[in-house]
Design a protein around this ligand. Structure first.
Ligand code: GLV
Ligand code: MN
Ligand code: MN
Length: 415
């Protein structure tokens, strides 16, 4: 019996403790809980420290050794039979958007722990060590760009550059890491044998089609821009309408242009997600507006066309400037890993379809280091980055079970 490969010794009965996974989701939702079912846990805040402490405690209970790298990524390492093999890695992120949900990212980390728990309680041992990771700043709300934890790990952004990034109040990433005690000293240099991330879909496709599991084929490309429009601050009462240089009304026209560019470049999407008005006082004609713009498209040519149109629209405003602050190419995941997800879903008797990710994920960085795939489960009403984000305990457990079985298949295949 023990000589047979692990994955083939496992029947269709779920291995995963669904109730414990759901309890963990409830437990982590308390750190930064909004009181409306959501979570506000911006990266490297006291709330993030609290959930990181929770991660370290749970990992230790499971018998993992925990390491923290210099950008604050947390790695919980669980032994396999063969310590000489590189680990198979899974995980996601525990930070959230302001007023975000309790599943985005979190599910992928907690499902990693659920997989380890299932192995431990059933006495199953993989050949490879397994690592559950929490990546720093996936969301990119407090610090831009997003995903720099996995980005530093993958060499896409230099550590020093990431540590120097500042939030809106001038606090650097290095200072924020120190203030919560999560700046580690040891880089985790070993490339994993494979990386698999479970995540909620964050869109409407799986729910609309009544499908339990998405085998994610890749992540669309994205570009982030900062735009500034200048006008002239002046008195709201004494400046005649004809004499004004109002930066906010100029920004309003530009925002409508941005929306039109997005509509004209389907399946691309274009969003003004944040605006700053200066000086932001009722009786001052606004003298300056800053806009943070998010652009996504699955193809490089689409991204190029959208960027050209956006730059033209900005140039159409007097006294404006645009800066591209981040770009990520579209990423295709590993065909064999995607197939392992499909097969794992079939083993569980769950419906499955291929799906492209609209959202960005740490897995897109990991795909440059190792064969990578992702698993999606449905999101109610397609909502995410919203307190109402919801996937049922059953859907979460199904996703975690597929994650566990994908890890076991890859363990057998790669050993
Ligand atoms: C991450 O949440 C993203 O922006 O896709
Ligand atoms: Mn996420
Ligand atoms: Mn997110």
């Amino acid at each position: 019996m023990m000589d047979q490969p692990l994955a083939s010794r496992i029947g269709p009965t779920p291995l995963l403790d669904a109730a414990q996974l759901n309890a963990d989701i409830e437990a982590t939702a308390r750190f930064g809980g909004t009181g409306n079912g959501g979570v506000s846990r911006l990266t490297l805040t006291p709330e993030d420290k609290a959930v990181r402490d929770w991660f370290v405690a749970r990992a230790s209970e499971l018998g993992c050794s925990v390491t923290i790298d210099p950008i604050g990524n947390l790695f919980a390492s669980y032994p396999g039979r063969n310590a000489a093999l590189p680990a198979i890695m899974t995980g996601s992120h525990l930070d959230t958007q302001p007023g975000g949900g309790r599943y985005d990212g979190i599910l992928g980390v907690l499902a990693g722990f659920a997989a380890l728990r299932a192995l431990k309680s059933s006495g199953l041992v993989t050949e490879h060590p397994l690592t559950v990771v929490n990546w720093t700043n996936e969301e990119g709300s407090r610090f831009s760009p997003a995903m720099f934890g996995s980005g530093v790990h993958a060499g896409a952004i230099a550590l020093d550059e990431a540590l120097a990034i500042r939030d809106q109040s001038g606090v650097s990433v290095g200072q924020a890491l120190d203030s919560i005690g999560y700046r580690g000293s040891r880089s985790h240099t070993e490339n994993p044998a494979a990386y698999v991330e479970l995540h909620i879909e964050q869109g409407p496709v799986l729910e609309a089609e009544g499908i339990a599991i998405g085998a994610v084929t890749g992540v669309q490309g994205l570009r982030w821009f900062d735009v500034e429009i200048k006008g002239t601050e002046s008195h709201a009462g004494s400046t005649p309408m004809a004499n004004r240089r109002d930066a906010l009304t100029a920004a309003a026209r530009l925002i409508l242009d941005v929306e039109a560019i997005g509509r004209a470049h389907a399946p691309g999407v274009l969003t003004v997600g944040r605006a700053g008005v200066f000086p932001n006082s009722r009786n001052v004609v606004p003298g300056r507006v800053s806009l943070q713009i998010d652009m996504r498209h699955p193809g490089k040519a689409g991204l190029e066309a959208m960027e050209t149109a956006l730059r033209q629209a900005v140039a159409g405003q007097t006294d404006s400037r645009i800066e591209r602050i981040w770009a990520k190419k579209p990423v295709a995941f590993d065909p064999a890993c995607i197939d392992a997800v499909r097969q794992a879903a079939a083993d569980c008797g769950l419906s499955c379809r291929d799906i492209a990710s609209g959202a960005g994920h740490d897995a897109a960085h990991l795909a440059t280091l190792a064969p990578t795939a992702m698993i999606f489960i449905p999101s109610r009403d397609g909502l995410s980055h919203n307190e109402r984000e919801y996937s049922s305990p059953r859907q979460c457990a199904d996703g975690a079970e597929v994650l566990l079985r994908t890890l076991l298949k890859l363990d057998r295949r790669l050993a």
